[in-house]
Design a binder for this molecule. Structure first.
Ligand code: PYC
Length: 416
């Protein structure tokens, strides 16, 4: 068990003058585990946590080739929302929002979830029509979303110009009050600490080299630190999902593309909600420290590069200044990229595969971080019960052969 974070323990620890115990322990690599999870991001760590907490499965290894959260979990723009376009998508992400709402208490770790509201601007009648559609689907699923007028937008985000002067006039917006932002590193650390406390082994600097399959069944993995035998291997990676699935001989309909983001110097708080403009290919939120965090569309080519590019910054500035000309003199502090595994229908691939015991939780495109808790809960449930549950039944790999695609592209934050 871990030392609980509480006011009393903070006081006691301060008086003791001893350092806080490690957040998770280092373990030697075991020669066998009941479950091996590949990927130490929010999906892999949440899966380990819910396996232990909900099903008592604790003989679990999480393999991370670098440090935990070093991939997509530490590179996203930390936006949480459930205003999706399809009923199955909206239902699934709504469960994630609910889990995020209780996560700080559940993990005893302050994940700093701020439900500031999520506003997607419409600059044309066509986008307003899609927003009405999304709002109606959301309402039927019990999700708080509605289309609001320029006057209501002005009240929520006074710095936006809602007159008809701008080149891209704002004609309405999809308003989703439960959406917001979170501290993504805190989410990763919170899950790691809780999973470790329940018995999972987290192995950083441990790269997957191969997956062993015999007579159609997974039997173990080879890692950079030695072999592990296991009857269950779960691919919870982003960026390398198709290469890792190839190791088990399972082909994935995935193309990997970088998604770039940038952060400015901090300024006084002026932006409360998360603002998204699909037509201008940008989204922005202001962190508690005052920085503006910007993202855009995925890069228009397949690549494994996580470097920023000048084309991105100039494109971003052009688009953002259409929306917020007053910030023209702010300086960018940093830019970076994460890797997005894009599927043909913008839905994830989550479920069993043609190899017995080899499961996938991949293909998250630009939606991965917000799905972390519900994906972890659903994958843990699938492993414990031997079959996918209701919430993930439409996201299986077999849909690409059956032709039952999910059509979630219309819910992307920006056009891709
Ligand atoms: O779908 O909200 C979203 C999103 C934001 C950044 C990347 N995807």
């Amino acid at each position: 068990m871990y030392t609980k974070y509480s006011a009393w323990n903070l006081f006691r620890q301060g008086l003791s003058r001893r350092p806080w115990p490690r957040v998770w322990e280092h373990h030697e690599l075991g020669s066998s585990y009941d479950v091996v999870i590949v990927g130490g991001g929010v999906h892999g760590l949440a899966t380990a946590y819910y396996l232990a907490r909900n099903h008592g499965i604790t003989d679990v290894a999480v393999l991370e080739k670098s440090y935990i959260g070093s991939g997509g979990s530490g590179r996203n723009t930390a936006i949480i929302r459930s205003n999706y376009l399809t009923p199955e998508g909206a239902r699934f992400y709504d469960r994630s929002v609910k889990l995020y709402e209780g996560l700080a208490e559940d993990l005893n770790f302050n994940v700093m979830f701020e439900q500031r509201g999520h506003m997607t601007l419409a600059h044309s009648d066509a986008s307003l029509r899609t927003m009405r559609w999304r709002a109606e689907v959301n309402k039927l699923e019990g999700i708080d979303s509605s289309v609001i007028s320029p006057d209501a937008i002005k009240e929520l985000a006074p710095f936006l110009d809602v007159s008809n002067h701008p080149r891209y006039p704002i004609v309405g917006a999809l308003w989703h009050p439960p959406g917001g932002i979170i501290r993504h590193d805190a989410v990763v650390w919170g899950y790691a600490r809780a999973a470790n406390a329940l018995g999972a082994h987290i192995h950083q600097d441990t790269e997957l080299v191969d997956i062993e399959v015999s007579e159609g069944r997974v039997t173990g993995v080879q890692t950079s630190r030695g072999p592990i035998s296991s009857g269950i291997v779960v691919n919870c990676t982003a960026g390398w999902a198709s290469l890792i699935s190839d190791m088990a001989g399972v082909e994935m309909p995935i193309v990997t593309r970088p998604l770039q983001a940038a952060v400015t110097e901090p300024v006084k708080q002026f932006l409360h909600p998360v603002i998204v403009s699909g037509s201008l290919h940008t989204y922005v939120s202001q962190t508690a420290r005052g920085e503006l965090v910007f993202g855009a569309s995925v890069d228009p080519f397949a690549s494994y590069s996580t470097r920023g590019s000048l084309e991105f910054t100039t494109g971003l500035a052009t688009h953002v200044l259409e929306l917020m000309p007053a910030i023209a003199n702010m300086r960018l502090l940093r830019q970076w990229a994460g890797l997005c595994d894009m599927t043909p229908d913008f839905g994830p691939i989550i479920g069993p595969t043609s190899v017995d015991g080899f499961y996938v939780d991949v293909g998250w495109g630009t939606y991965g971080f917000k799905a972390g808790p519900v994906a972890g809960e659903s994958v843990a449930d699938m492993i414990a019960n031997g079959r996918p549950g209701e919430l993930i039944s439409s996201f299986g790999l077999d849909r690409f052969e059956a032709g039952t695609l999910t059509a979630e592209k219309g819910a992307a934050a920006v056009g891709h």
